[in-house]
Design a protein around this ligand. Structure first.
Ligand SMILES: Cc1ncc(COP(=O)(O)O)c(C=O)c1O
Length: 565
Protein backbone atom coordinates (compact mmCIF):
# COMPACT_ATOMS: atom_id res chain seq x y z
CA UNK A 1 0.00 0.00 0.00
CA UNK A 2 1.44 3.38 -0.90
CA UNK A 3 0.93 6.61 1.03
CA UNK A 4 -1.56 7.94 -1.52
CA UNK A 5 -4.02 5.09 -1.19
CA UNK A 6 -3.57 4.95 2.62
CA UNK A 7 -4.41 8.66 2.84
CA UNK A 8 -7.39 8.16 0.56
CA UNK A 9 -8.54 5.23 2.69
CA UNK A 10 -8.15 7.30 5.83
CA UNK A 11 -10.20 10.18 4.44
CA UNK A 12 -12.77 7.74 3.09
CA UNK A 13 -13.21 6.12 6.50
CA UNK A 14 -13.35 9.57 8.11
CA UNK A 15 -16.02 10.73 5.68
CA UNK A 16 -18.08 7.59 6.32
CA UNK A 17 -17.80 8.11 10.09
CA UNK A 18 -18.86 11.75 9.77
CA UNK A 19 -21.79 10.76 7.53
CA UNK A 20 -22.91 8.12 10.07
CA UNK A 21 -22.69 10.49 13.00
CA UNK A 22 -24.53 13.21 11.06
CA UNK A 23 -27.28 10.70 10.27
CA UNK A 24 -27.40 9.60 13.93
CA UNK A 25 -27.47 13.19 15.06
CA UNK A 26 -30.26 14.00 12.65
CA UNK A 27 -32.29 11.05 13.96
CA UNK A 28 -31.69 12.16 17.54
CA UNK A 29 -32.80 15.66 16.65
CA UNK A 30 -35.91 14.31 15.00
CA UNK A 31 -36.69 12.33 18.11
CA UNK A 32 -36.26 15.38 20.36
CA UNK A 33 -38.49 17.40 18.07
CA UNK A 34 -41.14 14.70 18.32
CA UNK A 35 -41.28 15.00 22.10
CA UNK A 36 -43.92 17.21 23.60
CA UNK A 37 -42.52 20.38 25.13
CA UNK A 38 -44.20 19.72 28.50
CA UNK A 39 -42.59 17.73 31.29
CA UNK A 40 -44.95 14.84 30.52
CA UNK A 41 -43.20 14.64 27.16
CA UNK A 42 -39.76 14.37 28.79
CA UNK A 43 -39.99 11.37 31.05
CA UNK A 44 -36.37 11.34 32.21
CA UNK A 45 -36.23 15.01 33.09
CA UNK A 46 -39.61 14.73 34.82
CA UNK A 47 -38.35 11.84 36.96
CA UNK A 48 -35.19 13.72 37.86
CA UNK A 49 -37.07 16.88 38.76
CA UNK A 50 -39.57 14.88 40.80
CA UNK A 51 -36.69 13.71 42.96
CA UNK A 52 -35.57 17.29 43.53
CA UNK A 53 -38.98 18.62 44.50
CA UNK A 54 -38.88 19.34 48.24
CA UNK A 55 -41.85 18.94 50.53
CA UNK A 56 -43.16 22.11 52.04
CA UNK A 57 -46.59 23.19 53.11
CA UNK A 58 -48.63 26.23 54.01
CA UNK A 59 -49.34 26.63 57.68
CA UNK A 60 -52.85 27.39 58.81
CA UNK A 61 -52.55 31.12 58.13
CA UNK A 62 -51.06 30.82 54.66
CA UNK A 63 -53.49 28.04 53.73
CA UNK A 64 -56.27 30.58 53.24
CA UNK A 65 -54.25 33.29 51.52
CA UNK A 66 -51.47 31.50 49.59
CA UNK A 67 -52.53 33.59 46.58
CA UNK A 68 -52.11 36.87 48.49
CA UNK A 69 -55.83 37.26 49.19
CA UNK A 70 -56.72 40.10 51.58
CA UNK A 71 -57.68 39.34 55.19
CA UNK A 72 -61.41 39.70 54.55
CA UNK A 73 -61.31 37.02 51.80
CA UNK A 74 -59.10 34.71 53.88
CA UNK A 75 -61.63 35.02 56.72
CA UNK A 76 -64.51 34.12 54.38
CA UNK A 77 -62.58 31.11 53.13
CA UNK A 78 -61.86 30.04 56.69
CA UNK A 79 -65.51 30.29 57.67
CA UNK A 80 -66.53 28.24 54.61
CA UNK A 81 -63.84 25.66 55.30
CA UNK A 82 -64.88 25.29 58.94
CA UNK A 83 -68.52 24.93 57.93
CA UNK A 84 -67.57 22.16 55.48
CA UNK A 85 -65.36 20.48 58.04
CA UNK A 86 -68.18 20.47 60.59
CA UNK A 87 -70.58 19.07 57.99
CA UNK A 88 -68.13 16.29 57.03
CA UNK A 89 -67.54 15.30 60.64
CA UNK A 90 -71.22 14.99 61.44
CA UNK A 91 -72.64 13.74 58.14
CA UNK A 92 -69.88 11.23 57.33
CA UNK A 93 -68.84 10.37 60.90
CA UNK A 94 -68.93 6.57 60.67
CA UNK A 95 -67.53 6.46 57.11
CA UNK A 96 -64.62 8.72 58.07
CA UNK A 97 -63.92 6.67 61.21
CA UNK A 98 -63.79 3.45 59.23
CA UNK A 99 -61.55 5.01 56.54
CA UNK A 100 -59.13 6.33 59.15
CA UNK A 101 -58.87 2.91 60.81
CA UNK A 102 -58.32 1.16 57.48
CA UNK A 103 -55.68 3.67 56.42
CA UNK A 104 -53.42 2.49 59.25
CA UNK A 105 -52.84 -0.75 57.39
CA UNK A 106 -53.96 -0.15 53.81
CA UNK A 107 -51.19 1.60 51.91
CA UNK A 108 -53.48 2.40 49.00
CA UNK A 109 -55.71 4.45 51.31
CA UNK A 110 -52.71 6.40 52.55
CA UNK A 111 -51.55 7.15 49.02
CA UNK A 112 -54.91 8.29 47.68
CA UNK A 113 -55.60 10.39 50.78
CA UNK A 114 -52.33 12.30 50.35
CA UNK A 115 -52.76 12.93 46.63
CA UNK A 116 -56.26 14.40 46.54
CA UNK A 117 -55.03 17.99 46.51
CA UNK A 118 -51.70 19.76 45.80
CA UNK A 119 -49.16 18.70 48.42
CA UNK A 120 -48.76 22.17 49.94
CA UNK A 121 -52.36 22.01 51.16
CA UNK A 122 -52.69 18.28 51.68
CA UNK A 123 -51.98 17.79 55.38
CA UNK A 124 -54.29 20.59 56.49
CA UNK A 125 -57.08 19.33 54.24
CA UNK A 126 -56.67 15.77 55.51
CA UNK A 127 -56.88 16.95 59.09
CA UNK A 128 -60.14 18.84 58.55
CA UNK A 129 -61.83 17.25 55.55
CA UNK A 130 -60.86 13.60 55.98
CA UNK A 131 -61.49 11.00 53.30
CA UNK A 132 -64.63 8.94 53.54
CA UNK A 133 -63.86 6.01 51.25
CA UNK A 134 -66.39 3.38 52.28
CA UNK A 135 -69.70 2.62 50.62
CA UNK A 136 -72.34 0.23 51.93
CA UNK A 137 -74.51 -0.19 48.84
CA UNK A 138 -75.33 0.94 45.33
CA UNK A 139 -78.66 1.35 43.62
CA UNK A 140 -79.52 2.94 40.29
CA UNK A 141 -77.01 5.76 39.87
CA UNK A 142 -76.62 6.23 43.61
CA UNK A 143 -74.30 5.08 46.37
CA UNK A 144 -75.06 4.83 50.08
CA UNK A 145 -72.24 5.29 52.57
CA UNK A 146 -71.84 3.85 56.08
CA UNK A 147 -73.78 6.80 57.53
CA UNK A 148 -76.76 6.15 55.24
CA UNK A 149 -76.06 9.18 53.05
CA UNK A 150 -77.10 8.73 49.44
CA UNK A 151 -75.03 10.38 46.72
CA UNK A 152 -74.87 10.42 42.93
CA UNK A 153 -71.97 8.35 41.65
CA UNK A 154 -69.68 10.24 39.31
CA UNK A 155 -66.76 7.85 39.76
CA UNK A 156 -68.07 5.31 37.25
CA UNK A 157 -65.85 2.84 39.16
CA UNK A 158 -62.84 3.90 37.06
CA UNK A 159 -64.92 3.41 33.93
CA UNK A 160 -66.13 -0.12 34.70
CA UNK A 161 -69.66 1.04 35.45
CA UNK A 162 -71.12 1.62 32.01
CA UNK A 163 -74.69 0.35 32.32
CA UNK A 164 -75.40 0.93 36.01
CA UNK A 165 -74.47 -1.10 39.08
CA UNK A 166 -77.70 -3.10 39.03
CA UNK A 167 -76.77 -4.40 35.59
CA UNK A 168 -73.44 -5.74 36.91
CA UNK A 169 -75.03 -7.20 40.03
CA UNK A 170 -77.14 -9.26 37.66
CA UNK A 171 -74.30 -10.26 35.33
CA UNK A 172 -72.24 -11.41 38.31
CA UNK A 173 -75.11 -13.22 39.96
CA UNK A 174 -76.35 -14.97 36.83
CA UNK A 175 -72.83 -15.74 35.70
CA UNK A 176 -71.96 -17.27 39.09
CA UNK A 177 -75.07 -19.45 38.91
CA UNK A 178 -74.09 -20.72 35.47
CA UNK A 179 -70.63 -21.89 36.48
CA UNK A 180 -71.51 -22.94 40.03
CA UNK A 181 -71.27 -26.63 39.19
CA UNK A 182 -67.70 -26.18 37.93
CA UNK A 183 -66.57 -23.80 40.64
CA UNK A 184 -63.16 -22.09 40.49
CA UNK A 185 -61.43 -24.79 38.45
CA UNK A 186 -58.48 -23.29 36.58
CA UNK A 187 -56.45 -24.67 33.71
CA UNK A 188 -59.48 -26.34 32.15
CA UNK A 189 -62.24 -24.15 30.80
CA UNK A 190 -65.96 -23.66 31.06
CA UNK A 191 -67.64 -23.69 27.64
CA UNK A 192 -68.84 -20.07 28.01
CA UNK A 193 -65.35 -19.06 26.92
CA UNK A 194 -66.06 -20.24 23.38
CA UNK A 195 -69.07 -17.97 23.06
CA UNK A 196 -67.12 -15.08 24.53
CA UNK A 197 -64.32 -15.48 22.02
CA UNK A 198 -66.81 -15.64 19.16
CA UNK A 199 -68.61 -12.49 20.30
CA UNK A 200 -65.33 -10.62 20.76
CA UNK A 201 -64.14 -11.65 17.32
CA UNK A 202 -67.24 -10.10 15.90
CA UNK A 203 -67.06 -6.94 17.98
CA UNK A 204 -63.37 -6.32 17.33
CA UNK A 205 -63.40 -7.51 13.72
CA UNK A 206 -60.21 -9.45 14.54
CA UNK A 207 -59.42 -13.16 14.40
CA UNK A 208 -58.27 -14.29 17.82
CA UNK A 209 -58.69 -13.49 21.49
CA UNK A 210 -56.68 -13.97 24.68
CA UNK A 211 -57.90 -13.44 28.23
CA UNK A 212 -55.90 -11.84 31.03
CA UNK A 213 -56.52 -10.60 34.52
CA UNK A 214 -56.35 -6.84 34.16
CA UNK A 215 -56.05 -4.12 31.56
CA UNK A 216 -52.40 -3.70 32.47
CA UNK A 217 -51.69 -7.33 31.63
CA UNK A 218 -53.59 -7.13 28.36
CA UNK A 219 -51.39 -4.17 27.34
CA UNK A 220 -48.24 -6.07 28.41
CA UNK A 221 -49.23 -9.00 26.25
CA UNK A 222 -50.16 -6.88 23.22
CA UNK A 223 -46.77 -5.14 23.34
CA UNK A 224 -44.93 -8.43 23.87
CA UNK A 225 -46.64 -9.94 20.83
CA UNK A 226 -45.76 -6.92 18.72
CA UNK A 227 -42.10 -7.18 19.76
CA UNK A 228 -42.05 -10.92 19.12
CA UNK A 229 -43.46 -10.72 15.64
CA UNK A 230 -41.62 -7.63 14.42
CA UNK A 231 -38.31 -8.52 16.08
CA UNK A 232 -38.06 -4.86 17.11
CA UNK A 233 -37.52 -3.49 20.58
CA UNK A 234 -39.29 -0.17 21.00
CA UNK A 235 -42.83 0.87 21.69
CA UNK A 236 -44.25 4.29 21.06
CA UNK A 237 -46.85 5.81 23.29
CA UNK A 238 -48.15 9.33 23.27
CA UNK A 239 -47.51 12.03 25.80
CA UNK A 240 -49.88 11.88 28.76
CA UNK A 241 -51.56 8.62 27.78
CA UNK A 242 -52.24 6.07 30.51
CA UNK A 243 -51.91 2.39 29.65
CA UNK A 244 -51.80 0.80 33.09
CA UNK A 245 -48.94 0.64 35.54
CA UNK A 246 -46.49 -1.72 33.84
CA UNK A 247 -43.00 -0.15 33.65
CA UNK A 248 -42.64 0.08 29.87
CA UNK A 249 -45.82 2.09 29.49
CA UNK A 250 -45.11 4.31 32.46
CA UNK A 251 -41.92 6.07 31.48
CA UNK A 252 -42.31 9.10 33.74
CA UNK A 253 -42.94 9.84 37.40
CA UNK A 254 -44.21 6.84 39.34
CA UNK A 255 -41.81 4.31 37.86
CA UNK A 256 -38.51 4.05 39.78
CA UNK A 257 -36.53 2.88 36.73
CA UNK A 258 -36.37 4.42 33.26
CA UNK A 259 -38.35 2.80 30.46
CA UNK A 260 -35.44 2.54 28.05
CA UNK A 261 -37.34 1.00 25.20
CA UNK A 262 -40.22 3.42 25.10
CA UNK A 263 -40.49 6.53 22.97
CA UNK A 264 -42.99 9.03 24.33
CA UNK A 265 -43.98 11.22 21.39
CA UNK A 266 -46.24 14.18 20.84
CA UNK A 267 -49.80 13.12 20.13
CA UNK A 268 -51.42 14.36 16.92
CA UNK A 269 -48.17 15.65 15.45
CA UNK A 270 -46.37 15.36 12.15
CA UNK A 271 -43.06 15.14 14.02
CA UNK A 272 -44.20 11.90 15.64
CA UNK A 273 -45.15 10.48 12.25
CA UNK A 274 -41.69 11.43 10.98
CA UNK A 275 -40.08 9.36 13.74
CA UNK A 276 -42.33 6.42 12.93
CA UNK A 277 -41.31 6.66 9.29
CA UNK A 278 -37.57 6.83 10.00
CA UNK A 279 -36.79 4.54 12.94
CA UNK A 280 -36.36 0.87 12.28
CA UNK A 281 -36.62 -0.30 15.89
CA UNK A 282 -40.29 0.50 16.51
CA UNK A 283 -42.43 -2.56 17.14
CA UNK A 284 -45.73 -0.92 17.99
CA UNK A 285 -47.66 2.24 18.63
CA UNK A 286 -50.06 2.33 21.57
CA UNK A 287 -53.07 4.59 21.35
CA UNK A 288 -55.41 5.36 24.21
CA UNK A 289 -58.34 7.06 22.45
CA UNK A 290 -59.34 8.76 25.70
CA UNK A 291 -56.53 11.21 24.93
CA UNK A 292 -58.77 12.65 22.23
CA UNK A 293 -60.30 14.70 25.05
CA UNK A 294 -56.96 16.16 26.16
CA UNK A 295 -54.12 15.27 23.78
CA UNK A 296 -50.63 15.37 25.31
CA UNK A 297 -51.96 15.85 28.83
CA UNK A 298 -51.80 13.37 31.66
CA UNK A 299 -54.99 12.18 33.33
CA UNK A 300 -56.28 15.38 34.92
CA UNK A 301 -55.99 15.02 38.66
CA UNK A 302 -56.81 17.63 41.29
CA UNK A 303 -53.50 16.99 43.03
CA UNK A 304 -51.85 18.81 40.10
CA UNK A 305 -54.38 21.64 40.07
CA UNK A 306 -52.19 24.48 41.30
CA UNK A 307 -53.63 26.90 38.76
CA UNK A 308 -56.43 26.90 36.18
CA UNK A 309 -54.32 25.60 33.33
CA UNK A 310 -56.30 22.39 32.88
CA UNK A 311 -57.85 22.36 29.44
CA UNK A 312 -59.75 19.84 27.36
CA UNK A 313 -61.69 19.82 24.13
CA UNK A 314 -62.79 16.90 22.01
CA UNK A 315 -62.69 17.35 18.25
CA UNK A 316 -63.84 14.10 16.68
CA UNK A 317 -63.01 15.04 13.09
CA UNK A 318 -59.44 16.06 13.93
CA UNK A 319 -58.77 13.00 16.04
CA UNK A 320 -60.20 10.71 13.36
CA UNK A 321 -57.93 12.31 10.79
CA UNK A 322 -54.97 11.76 13.10
CA UNK A 323 -55.80 8.09 13.63
CA UNK A 324 -56.08 7.59 9.89
CA UNK A 325 -52.64 9.10 9.33
CA UNK A 326 -51.22 6.95 12.09
CA UNK A 327 -52.85 3.86 10.57
CA UNK A 328 -51.30 4.64 7.19
CA UNK A 329 -47.78 5.13 8.58
CA UNK A 330 -47.98 1.96 10.69
CA UNK A 331 -49.07 -0.04 7.65
CA UNK A 332 -46.32 1.47 5.52
CA UNK A 333 -43.61 0.71 8.11
CA UNK A 334 -44.84 -2.67 9.39
CA UNK A 335 -45.47 -1.22 12.85
CA UNK A 336 -48.21 -2.85 14.92
CA UNK A 337 -50.99 -0.40 15.73
CA UNK A 338 -52.52 -1.18 19.12
CA UNK A 339 -55.71 0.50 20.29
CA UNK A 340 -55.81 0.37 24.05
CA UNK A 341 -59.56 0.40 24.57
CA UNK A 342 -59.45 -0.72 28.18
CA UNK A 343 -61.19 2.52 29.15
CA UNK A 344 -63.22 3.57 26.13
CA UNK A 345 -64.11 0.15 24.68
CA UNK A 346 -67.93 -0.31 24.74
CA UNK A 347 -68.32 3.21 26.15
CA UNK A 348 -68.01 5.16 22.91
CA UNK A 349 -69.82 2.58 20.78
CA UNK A 350 -70.59 -1.13 20.91
CA UNK A 351 -67.68 -1.70 18.57
CA UNK A 352 -65.48 0.59 20.65
CA UNK A 353 -63.03 3.17 19.32
CA UNK A 354 -62.47 1.25 16.10
CA UNK A 355 -66.13 1.68 15.21
CA UNK A 356 -66.43 5.17 16.69
CA UNK A 357 -63.51 6.62 14.73
CA UNK A 358 -63.79 4.27 11.77
CA UNK A 359 -60.16 3.14 11.99
CA UNK A 360 -58.95 -0.46 12.30
CA UNK A 361 -56.16 -1.51 14.64
CA UNK A 362 -53.94 -4.62 14.45
CA UNK A 363 -54.36 -5.42 18.12
CA UNK A 364 -57.00 -4.14 20.52
CA UNK A 365 -56.99 -4.37 24.29
CA UNK A 366 -60.20 -4.33 26.31
CA UNK A 367 -60.87 -4.54 30.03
CA UNK A 368 -62.89 -2.88 32.76
CA UNK A 369 -66.61 -3.15 31.85
CA UNK A 370 -66.14 -6.23 29.65
CA UNK A 371 -65.64 -8.40 32.76
CA UNK A 372 -69.32 -7.86 33.61
CA UNK A 373 -68.21 -6.38 36.94
CA UNK A 374 -65.24 -8.71 37.55
CA UNK A 375 -61.51 -8.10 36.83
CA UNK A 376 -60.48 -8.60 33.22
CA UNK A 377 -58.06 -7.81 30.42
CA UNK A 378 -58.48 -8.97 26.84
CA UNK A 379 -56.35 -8.85 23.71
CA UNK A 380 -57.92 -9.25 20.27
CA UNK A 381 -55.77 -9.43 17.19
CA UNK A 382 -55.26 -10.79 13.74
CA UNK A 383 -54.11 -14.42 13.68
CA UNK A 384 -50.55 -13.70 12.57
CA UNK A 385 -49.93 -11.39 15.50
CA UNK A 386 -51.64 -13.49 18.16
CA UNK A 387 -49.57 -16.61 17.47
CA UNK A 388 -47.16 -17.35 20.35
CA UNK A 389 -44.82 -19.84 18.71
CA UNK A 390 -43.10 -20.45 15.39
CA UNK A 391 -43.61 -23.61 13.37
CA UNK A 392 -40.03 -23.57 12.11
CA UNK A 393 -38.30 -22.65 15.45
CA UNK A 394 -39.91 -24.62 18.27
CA UNK A 395 -37.94 -22.98 21.08
CA UNK A 396 -38.67 -19.44 19.96
CA UNK A 397 -41.92 -18.73 21.80
CA UNK A 398 -43.75 -15.70 23.17
CA UNK A 399 -44.77 -16.70 26.66
CA UNK A 400 -47.94 -15.51 28.35
CA UNK A 401 -49.81 -17.14 31.20
CA UNK A 402 -51.54 -15.99 34.39
CA UNK A 403 -53.04 -18.24 37.04
CA UNK A 404 -56.42 -16.57 37.01
CA UNK A 405 -56.80 -15.94 33.30
CA UNK A 406 -60.09 -17.33 31.93
CA UNK A 407 -61.44 -17.79 35.46
CA UNK A 408 -64.87 -19.43 35.05
CA UNK A 409 -66.69 -16.83 37.16
CA UNK A 410 -65.17 -13.95 35.15
CA UNK A 411 -65.88 -15.69 31.85
CA UNK A 412 -69.48 -16.29 32.89
CA UNK A 413 -70.03 -12.68 34.00
CA UNK A 414 -68.48 -11.58 30.69
CA UNK A 415 -70.78 -13.92 28.84
CA UNK A 416 -73.80 -12.31 30.50
CA UNK A 417 -72.40 -8.89 29.64
CA UNK A 418 -71.91 -9.81 25.99
CA UNK A 419 -75.36 -11.38 25.70
CA UNK A 420 -77.08 -8.39 27.23
CA UNK A 421 -75.17 -6.04 24.94
CA UNK A 422 -77.69 -6.99 22.26
CA UNK A 423 -80.78 -6.55 24.43
CA UNK A 424 -83.19 -3.80 23.33
CA UNK A 425 -82.75 -1.82 26.57
CA UNK A 426 -78.97 -1.67 26.03
CA UNK A 427 -79.43 -0.81 22.38
CA UNK A 428 -81.57 2.08 23.54
CA UNK A 429 -78.73 3.37 25.74
CA UNK A 430 -76.39 3.46 22.73
CA UNK A 431 -78.91 5.28 20.58
CA UNK A 432 -77.98 8.98 20.22
CA UNK A 433 -75.30 8.48 22.84
CA UNK A 434 -73.10 11.41 21.87
CA UNK A 435 -76.03 13.73 21.21
CA UNK A 436 -77.43 13.04 24.69
CA UNK A 437 -74.16 13.56 26.55
CA UNK A 438 -73.06 16.53 24.45
CA UNK A 439 -76.44 18.14 25.04
CA UNK A 440 -76.18 17.56 28.78
CA UNK A 441 -72.73 19.14 28.83
CA UNK A 442 -73.96 22.03 26.71
CA UNK A 443 -76.93 22.84 28.96
CA UNK A 444 -74.86 22.66 32.13
CA UNK A 445 -72.20 24.88 30.57
CA UNK A 446 -74.84 27.37 29.44
CA UNK A 447 -76.18 27.45 32.98
CA UNK A 448 -72.83 28.06 34.69
CA UNK A 449 -71.92 30.65 32.05
CA UNK A 450 -75.23 32.47 32.56
CA UNK A 451 -74.55 32.58 36.29
CA UNK A 452 -71.03 33.86 35.64
CA UNK A 453 -69.43 30.94 37.44
CA UNK A 454 -65.76 30.19 36.64
CA UNK A 455 -66.24 26.54 35.69
CA UNK A 456 -66.77 24.78 32.35
CA UNK A 457 -67.15 21.14 31.44
CA UNK A 458 -65.53 19.34 28.56
CA UNK A 459 -66.63 15.87 27.54
CA UNK A 460 -65.90 12.89 25.38
CA UNK A 461 -69.33 11.31 25.39
CA UNK A 462 -69.99 10.23 29.00
CA UNK A 463 -66.44 10.99 30.20
CA UNK A 464 -66.22 14.53 31.55
CA UNK A 465 -63.61 16.81 32.98
CA UNK A 466 -63.96 20.10 34.83
CA UNK A 467 -62.02 23.12 33.58
CA UNK A 468 -61.67 26.48 35.28
CA UNK A 469 -61.95 29.83 33.55
CA UNK A 470 -60.16 32.21 35.89
CA UNK A 471 -56.73 31.89 37.46
CA UNK A 472 -56.91 30.34 40.91
CA UNK A 473 -54.84 28.23 43.26
CA UNK A 474 -57.91 26.74 44.93
CA UNK A 475 -59.90 24.95 42.22
CA UNK A 476 -59.25 21.62 43.95
CA UNK A 477 -61.56 22.74 46.78
CA UNK A 478 -64.52 22.14 44.45
CA UNK A 479 -64.33 18.38 45.03
CA UNK A 480 -65.18 18.97 48.72
CA UNK A 481 -68.13 21.24 47.90
CA UNK A 482 -69.41 18.68 45.39
CA UNK A 483 -69.26 15.94 47.97
CA UNK A 484 -71.13 18.12 50.43
CA UNK A 485 -73.87 18.42 47.79
CA UNK A 486 -74.13 14.63 47.51
CA UNK A 487 -71.94 13.96 44.48
CA UNK A 488 -69.25 11.29 44.82
CA UNK A 489 -66.02 11.66 42.84
CA UNK A 490 -63.07 9.32 42.60
CA UNK A 491 -59.81 10.26 44.32
CA UNK A 492 -58.57 12.27 41.33
CA UNK A 493 -61.40 14.70 42.03
CA UNK A 494 -62.85 17.01 39.41
CA UNK A 495 -60.36 15.85 36.76
CA UNK A 496 -62.59 13.02 35.68
CA UNK A 497 -66.31 12.50 36.08
CA UNK A 498 -67.58 9.25 34.62
CA UNK A 499 -71.28 8.81 34.07
CA UNK A 500 -72.98 5.47 33.64
CA UNK A 501 -75.34 5.38 30.69
CA UNK A 502 -78.36 4.65 32.88
CA UNK A 503 -78.42 8.29 34.07
CA UNK A 504 -81.93 9.49 33.17
CA UNK A 505 -82.79 13.11 32.39
CA UNK A 506 -84.17 13.41 35.94
CA UNK A 507 -80.99 11.97 37.48
CA UNK A 508 -78.87 14.27 35.41
CA UNK A 509 -80.98 17.33 36.25
CA UNK A 510 -80.45 16.56 39.95
CA UNK A 511 -76.69 16.28 39.41
CA UNK A 512 -76.67 19.55 37.46
CA UNK A 513 -78.53 21.37 40.26
CA UNK A 514 -76.10 20.07 42.85
CA UNK A 515 -73.15 20.96 40.67
CA UNK A 516 -74.29 24.54 40.33
CA UNK A 517 -75.07 24.76 44.06
CA UNK A 518 -71.56 23.52 44.91
CA UNK A 519 -69.88 26.00 42.57
CA UNK A 520 -71.97 28.87 43.95
CA UNK A 521 -71.18 27.93 47.55
CA UNK A 522 -67.47 27.80 46.75
CA UNK A 523 -67.65 31.16 45.02
CA UNK A 524 -69.52 32.72 47.93
CA UNK A 525 -66.87 31.42 50.30
CA UNK A 526 -64.29 33.48 48.41
CA UNK A 527 -62.09 30.71 46.98
CA UNK A 528 -62.20 32.23 43.50
CA UNK A 529 -61.11 35.68 44.63
CA UNK A 530 -58.49 36.71 42.16
CA UNK A 531 -55.88 39.44 42.04
CA UNK A 532 -56.51 41.40 38.81
CA UNK A 533 -52.94 40.84 37.71
CA UNK A 534 -52.96 37.06 38.32
CA UNK A 535 -52.56 34.70 35.38
CA UNK A 536 -51.95 30.97 35.30
CA UNK A 537 -48.37 31.75 34.37
CA UNK A 538 -47.89 34.09 37.31
CA UNK A 539 -49.27 31.44 39.67
CA UNK A 540 -46.91 28.81 38.25
CA UNK A 541 -44.00 31.23 38.56
CA UNK A 542 -44.86 32.01 42.19
CA UNK A 543 -45.07 28.30 43.05
CA UNK A 544 -41.75 27.68 41.30
CA UNK A 545 -40.14 30.41 43.41
CA UNK A 546 -41.46 28.77 46.56
CA UNK A 547 -40.07 25.43 45.45
CA UNK A 548 -36.62 26.87 44.72
CA UNK A 549 -36.56 28.74 48.04
CA UNK A 550 -37.45 25.56 49.95
CA UNK A 551 -34.92 23.53 48.02
CA UNK A 552 -32.17 26.00 48.85
CA UNK A 553 -33.23 26.19 52.48
CA UNK A 554 -33.19 22.39 52.67
CA UNK A 555 -29.66 22.20 51.22
CA UNK A 556 -28.47 24.84 53.63
CA UNK A 557 -29.99 22.86 56.49
CA UNK A 558 -28.23 19.67 55.36
CA UNK A 559 -24.89 21.49 55.04
CA UNK A 560 -25.24 22.88 58.56
CA UNK A 561 -26.11 19.44 59.89
CA UNK A 562 -23.05 17.89 58.25
CA UNK A 563 -20.70 20.56 59.59
CA UNK A 564 -22.13 19.99 63.10
CA UNK A 565 -21.37 16.28 62.83
C1 LIG B 1 -56.40 2.84 28.68
C2 LIG B 1 -56.07 1.97 29.85
N1 LIG B 1 -55.22 0.95 29.68
C3 LIG B 1 -54.90 0.13 30.69
C4 LIG B 1 -55.41 0.33 31.94
C5 LIG B 1 -55.04 -0.60 33.06
O1 LIG B 1 -56.12 -1.41 33.39
P1 LIG B 1 -56.16 -2.13 34.82
O2 LIG B 1 -56.34 -1.04 35.82
O3 LIG B 1 -57.33 -3.06 34.72
O4 LIG B 1 -54.86 -2.84 34.99
C6 LIG B 1 -56.29 1.39 32.18
C7 LIG B 1 -56.83 1.63 33.50
O5 LIG B 1 -57.40 2.65 33.82
C8 LIG B 1 -56.64 2.24 31.10
O6 LIG B 1 -57.46 3.27 31.26
Amino acid sequence: MNWGSATLGFYGAGAAAVATSVATLRKRLELSRAKHRSLAGHARIARRLARLLPFYEYGEERFFCSDGAPAEIAARRRTGFERLSQLYRTRFAETIKCTAEAAETLSDFQFTAVYRVPFQYSRFVRAHLPSASFVASSNGVMLTDLDDNRSYDLTGSYGVNLFGYDFYKETIERGAARVHALGPVLGSYHPVIVENAKALKEISGLDEVSFHMSGTEAVMQAVRLARYHTGRSHLVCFCGAYHGWWGDVQPGVGNPVPARETYTLTDMSESALRVLRKRRNIACVLVNPLQALHPNRSAPSDSALIDSGRSAHFDKARYTEWLKKLRAVCTERGIVLIFDEVFVGFRLAKGGAQEYFGVKADLVTYGKTLGGGLPIGVVCGCGDLMKRYRDDRPADICFARGTFNSHPYVMAAMNEFLHRLNAPEIDALYRDLDRIWDERARTLNARVAAENLPVRLANLSSIWTVCYTQPSRYNWMLQYYLRAEGLTLSWIGTGRLIFSLNYTETDFAAVADRFVAAIKAMQQDGWWWCDDAATNKSIKRAVLKEIIAHRLAHRLFLRRQSTKE
